[in-house]
Design a protein around this ligand. Structure first.
Ligand SMILES: [Zn+2]
Length: 329
């Protein structure tokens, strides 16, 4: 697997450079979000700037108090509010998702299994496991705390509670950084689409439709009218990381039955399904393989077992089997 980003944006470096080995939250306060979007979508930068002007100048406000996954559009203040704490976890997901997938591909191509790993490979996997465990633990715990205010929370799974230990030196791979930046771009464009559509706070069908439209709008910015090439795959991987991040909460806490957002697994299958739609194209197949590799790790961790049928066939079918298991657990 060799995903090569076509430009260099120093967002992840800015993030990891401020972290220390005690596990402080990375510092994203100086991130220039419009510059990120322009760097990721150079062919649409002019159009994006025109939209920001049309909206009257969007400001980005960081929220350094919220621990939960927080991204919010404020149509009255024409603002996008970004929770800083959760960005560190998004980065960990991008890193672990991509690194684990790349590792599995390498084993597959070499005809090896996890039974014959070199010691340094075991150590690399242990680090991935540790990072991912931390990120999921934080995601789940903060989501549960939020729910607890209305007394609906199931307790977090005990098996998730592990030590936080992020080494900033270990998360500097070029490709994983690019996947993170694409994931964040999708999320920012989702919020900008809310502003563009003048979406106000509401619940029920209207809110769910607004969310679907914001997903569709964000994905169109990134994937519409581009070839199934390296850029497509990088952007699709970013979207997959963003939406599997939310889907992970459904794996550990059960399907979300909130009345503001569609279930995350639905958002994942609809957005990716709309664009990674050519089953004969390697870029589409690889995108679905990436999603499958992410979901299967979490399903296995939750002891949700897959039948032999789930382990064969085109990756789109396998990923959709995983999504069905999450929806019906
Ligand atoms: Zn939204």
């Amino acid at each position: 697997m060799n995903i090569v980003p076509n430009r260099d944006f120093a967002l992840a470096e800015a993030a990891t450079g401020e972290a220390d080995v005690q596990g402080d939250t990375p510092n994203y306060e100086d991130v220039d979000f419009p510059a990120l979007v322009r760097a990721i979508l150079p062919e649409r930068a002019t159009e994006f700037d025109a939209l920001l002007r049309q909206l009257g100048g969007v400001t980005f406000q960081v929220d350094d108090t919220a621990e939960r996954i927080k991204f919010q559009a404020d149509p009255i203040g024409v603002r996008v509010i970004v929770g800083i704490a959760c960005l560190g976890r998004l980065f960990v997901h991008a890193h672990t998702d991509y690194t684990a997938f790349d590792f599995l591909l390498k084993l597959h191509h070499q005809g090896r299994t996890s039974a014959d790993l070199a010691p340094e490979e075991r150590e690399a996997l242990r680090e991935i496991d540790e990072l991912l465990t931390w990120a999921v633990t934080m995601d789940v715990n903060t989501a549960v705390k939020m729910i607890r205010r209305s007394d609906q929370a199931p307790p977090p799974p005990e098996s998730l509670v592990r030590l936080l230990d992020i080494d900033p030196e270990s998360v500097s791979e070029h490709a994983t950084r690019a996947v993170f930046e694409n994931a964040l771009t999708f999320i920012i464009l989702h919020e900008i689409t809310h502003l563009k559509n003048s979406d106000g706070a509401c619940v029920g069908d209207r809110s769910i439709q607004q969310e679907k439209d914001a997903d569709r709008g964000a994905a169109a910015w990134m994937l519409e009218d581009i070839e199934f090439d390296n850029t497509f795959m990088l952007r699709a991987f970013g979207i997959a990381v963003a939406l599997t991040w939310l889907t992970t909460l459904d794996v550990y806490l059960g399907p979300n039955e909130g009345n503001t957002h569609p279930p995350a697994y639905d958002r994942l299958s609809q957005v990716i399904g709309q664009y990674a739609c050519d089953d004969d194209d390697p870029a589409c197949e690889t995108t679905w393989a990436f999603i499958y590799s992410i979901l299967i790790i979490h399903l296995r961790n939750r002891q949700i077992l897959l039948s032999p049928d789930h382990l064969m066939g085109p990756f789109r079918e396998r990923a959709e089997c995983c999504i069905n298991l999450i929806a019906n657990q």
